[in-house]
Design a protein around this ligand. Structure first.
Ligand code: CA
Length: 242
């Protein structure tokens, strides 16, 4: 899955070098040369990750990271700090400001890509291309295919045909297995930022997903948690039907 990354860096040569390497790795890249530009971009479109230089012309990267962590809409965004500083105190200040990781300049493109991958795997597992196998379902994010094993025999499997929204929904729920998500959280993370649709839409797609899974006897994997939302669970649940 293409990940969108906002690179906040005031030095044009470094900005260009980073952008080039991220694009080569298959990411969608946006550039900002100061915190103000970055803020404008984020107000418009929320990126999946922010690469944030420590020393910026308007406010420091640390201050900007703190601002992002304070706001409801941006508090969960993964942040990697770029810094030329190597002192231990600065690294700790960066992490305390809410950064997920930091990279010390100069760094190699390979290190950058690897760090981004590690942060995304930890923070946004639904963005990972890793194949998920749970409860007899095997979901492959690269091919967009889902297979279900029948009668607990992994050799016998059938392909499960899902629409694009049901696929994303299932991928998200499987990536965060056993965790309960509210309808608002699902809208934010599965449908995307700035999408103004009703909570009810989530229920409609959950119903469709269950119906497809029901045909292969796997609908109990998608559980309703009364008054809260939905979860993917391989444990038996008493209250899965609304
Ligand atoms: Ca700088």
């Amino acid at each position: 899955m293409a990940v969108s990354i906002l690179v906040v860096e005031d030095e044009p040569a470094i900005q260009e070098l980073i952008s080039l390497n991220l694009k080569r790795a298959g990411h969608v890249v946006f550039s900002a040369y100061n915190a103000e530009q970055a803020k404008l971009h984020i107000n418009n479109v929320l990126p999946d990750l922010v690469l944030l230089d420590w020393m910026l012309p308007d406010i420091t990267g640390i201050e900007f990271a703190r601002k992002l962590r304070k706001e409801e809409r941006t508090k969960g965004i993964p942040i990697i700090m770029l810094t030329a500083r190597i002192q231990e105190n600065d690294k700790i200040a960066g992490l305390e400001a809410g950064a997920d990781d930091y990279i010390t300049k100069p760094f190699s493109p390979r290190e950058l890509i690897a760090r981004i991958k590690a942060v995304l795997r930890r923070r946004l597992p639904e963005m990972s291309d890793e194949i998920l196998e749970l409860g007899g379902l095997k979901l492959d994010p690269t091919t967009h295919r889902v297979h279900a094993s029948l009668n607990n025999e992994s050799t016998k499997s059938v392909e499960v045909n899902l629409g694009p929204t049901e696929f994303r929904l299932l991928h998200f729920l499987m990536a965060y297995k056993e965790r309960v998500h509210t309808r608002a959280q699902l809208l934010d993370r599965v449908w995307g930022d700035h999408v103004f649709i009703e909570d009810r839409t989530v229920d409609v797609h959950i119903r469709r997903l269950r119906k497809i899974l029901e045909a292969i006897g796997k609908d109990s994997l998608i559980q309703t948690v009364r008054g809260t939302g939905y979860r993917f669970s391989i444990e038996h649940s008493e209250e899965r039907i609304e």
